[in-house]
Write a protein that binds this ligand. Structure first.
Ligand SMILES: *[C@@H]1O[C@H](CO)[C@@H](O)[C@H](O)[C@H]1NC(C)=O
Ligand SMILES: *[C@@H]1O[C@H](CO)[C@@H](O)[C@H](O)[C@H]1NC(C)=O
Ligand SMILES: *[C@@H]1O[C@H](CO)[C@@H](O)[C@H](O)[C@H]1NC(C)=O
Ligand SMILES: *[C@@H]1O[C@H](CO)[C@@H](O)[C@H](O)[C@H]1NC(C)=O
Ligand SMILES: *[C@@H]1O[C@H](CO)[C@@H](O)[C@H](O)[C@H]1NC(C)=O
Ligand SMILES: *[C@@H]1O[C@H](CO)[C@@H](O)[C@H](O)[C@H]1NC(C)=O
Length: 332
C-alpha cells in the first residue's frame, strides 16, 4: 500500500513529506490480512523495553519510529535505512532509544512519559511504505496497600466486620491466611473490590486478612490484619459435693463446669484469696477446701471470660457448722 504523501518529494528526504500527515489508523488497515503492527508491550518504570513488530512486510529497506499518534517531525524518534546507511535521530530521541535493523525499538529505563502509541513505518522498495502502530504501557510498581478493619476482636454471630483496602490500583484481590479468600455467603465485596463486609462474623472467619493489589507488571500485599472471633461466653455451672459442712472436720470440693479456658473464682463477689487450706486444680476448675473453717462460709462463684465478655455462675452457698453443733457425741 502506498502512503499518499510519500510520492511528493519535497524536503531533504522523501519521508519528510508524509511526516506531516495525521495518522488515521483505520485508513491504512485492511481488516482481513495479518497487519504489520507493533506488539503491545507492558513494562515497569525503570526497565529496558524492546518494542517488536510483527507481520513485517518483505523487502524492507529501513524503518522510521515515532512516539505519539501523529507522524510529524516533532514526534520522530529515528530513521534508519540500510539501503542508504543512514541513521537519523529526531526530536523524540532522548538518548535512550535504539532502532535496530531488525526493526525493533529499544528504550532503556522507561518512564511513564514514554507510555502511549508508537508508530513504525517500514520503508520498502520503490518508495512504498507500510505503517504499523502499537502501544507501550508503562507502570509504576504497585505501592503497598493499607488494610483496615472496623473491629478485629469480635463476637461470633453478633458482629459485623468491615475491612477496607486503601489503594490507587484497580486490581484488588483478598487473601485469607495467605491464600485466595473464598467468599462465603455472609461475605460481600463492594463493586470496586475495596471493601469486604462479613455479616455476621463466624468462628471460621478468624485468621489473617490481606489485600493484594496489582497492575500488569507488579503486585503488592498489605500487612496482614488478624481477626479474632470469640464465642459469647456461656454461663458456667458451679457444684459443690456438699454445701453443709462441719468446721475442721469436713472437706469440700467445688467444681466449675465450663468450656472456656479462663476461669476465675469469686468468694462473696470478690476474687478468692487462696488460703493454706484451699487448693485450685491446675486447670482452675476445681477448688478444694480441706479442712473447712468457719470463715469459709459464704457465696462461691466461678467466672469465665474471653477477650470480649465474661459470665459468672450462679452462686453456691457454703454453710459451715460448728463442730459442737452437729456432733451429738460431744454433747454428752
Ligand atoms: C506534530 O503533532 C503534535 C501532536 O499533534 C503537535 O503537538 C506538534 O505541534 C506537531 N508538529 C508539527 C511540526 O506539526
Ligand atoms: C532512569 O531514569 C530516572 C529518571 O526517570 C533516573 O533518575 C535514573 O537515574 C535512570 N536510571 C538509569 C540507570 O539511567
Ligand atoms: C468490637 O467488637 C466488640 C464485640 O462486639 C465490642 O465490644 C467493641 O466495642 C468493638 N470495638 C469497636 C472499636 O467497635
Ligand atoms: C487461619 O489462621 C489462623 C491463625 O492465624 C488459624 O487459627 C485458623 O484456623 C486459620 N483458618 C483456616 C481456615 O485456615
Ligand atoms: C454433707 O456432710 C454432712 C456431714 O458433714 C452431712 O450431714 C450432710 O448431709 C452432707 N450433705 C450432702 C448433700 O451430702
Ligand atoms: C467431698 O469431697 C471431699 C474431698 O474429696 C471429701 O472428703 C468429702 O467426703 C466429700 N463429701 C461428700 C459428701 O461426698
Amino acid at each position: 500500500m502506498e502512503f499518499p504523501a510519500a510520492s511528493s518529494r519535497r524536503g531533504l528526504v522523501p519521508w519528510l513529506g508524509f511526516l506531516m500527515a495525521v495518522f488515521l489508523l483505520t485508513l491504512w488497515i485492511p481488516p482481513t490480512t495479518a497487519r504489520f503492527e507493533i506488539v503491545m508491550t507492558s513494562a515497569l518504570e525503570g526497565q529496558d523495553v524492546i518494542l517488536r513488530t510483527q507481520n513485517r512486510p518483505p523487502g524492507v529497506t529501513g524503518f522510521i519510529w515515532y512516539r505519539g499518534f501523529v507522524m510529524n517531525y516533532t514526534n520522530l524518534i529515528a530513521y534508519v535505512s540500510w539501503s542508504s546507511g543512514k541513521y537519523i535521530k529526531g526530536p523524540e530521541y532522548t538518548g535512550r532509544e535504539t532502532v535496530k535493523f531488525d526493526g525493533t525499538l529499544t528504550i532503556r529505563n522507561v518512564t511513564v512519559w514514554d507510555l502511549g502509541i508508537y508508530i513504525v513505518v517500514a520503508i520498502l522498495h520503490h518508495s512504498k511504505t507500510e505503517i504499523g502502530f502499537g502501544r507501550l504501557n508503562v507502570y509504576r510498581p504497585a505501592s503497598v496497600p493499607t488494610l483496615l478493619a472496623s473491629n478485629t476482636t469480635v463476637t461470633e454471630n453478633e458482629d459485623v466486620v468491615v475491612m477496607t483496602c486503601y489503594t490507587d490500583e484497580i486490581s484488588i484481590k483478598w487473601l485469607f491466611n495467605a491464600t485466595s479468600l473464598r467468599l462465603k455467603r455472609r461475605m460481600k465485596l463492594s463493586q470496586d473490590d475495596k471493601t469486604l463486609t462479613i455479616d455476621p462474623v463466624r468462628r471460621e472467619d478468624a485468621g489473617n486478612y490481606q489485600c493484594k493489589v496489582s497492575n500488569p507488571v507488579s503486585s503488592s500485599e498489605s500487612a496482614p490484619v488478624e481477626l479474632y472471633v470469640n464465642d459469647r461466653v456461656s454461663m458456667p455451672t458451679l457444684l459443690a459435693n456438699n454445701t453443709t459442712v462441719t468446721e475442721n472436720e469436713d472437706a469440700v470440693v467445688i467444681t466449675c463446669y465450663t468450656d472456656e479456658s479462663s476461669t476465675n473464682w469469686l468468694f462473696n463477689a470478690m476474687s478468692v484469696q487462696l488460703r493454706e487450706s484451699m487448693k485450685l486444680s491446675q486447670d482452675h476448675r476445681t477448688l478444694t477446701i480441706d479442712p473447712i473453717r468457719r470463715e469459709d462460709a459464704g457465696n462461691y462463684q466461678c467466672k469465665d471470660s474471653n477477650p470480649i465478655s465474661s459470665t459468672e455462675s450462679a452462686p453456691v452457698e457454703l454453710d459451715v457448722k460448728d463442730e459442737a453443733n452437729v456432733s451429738p457425741l460431744h454433747l454428752g
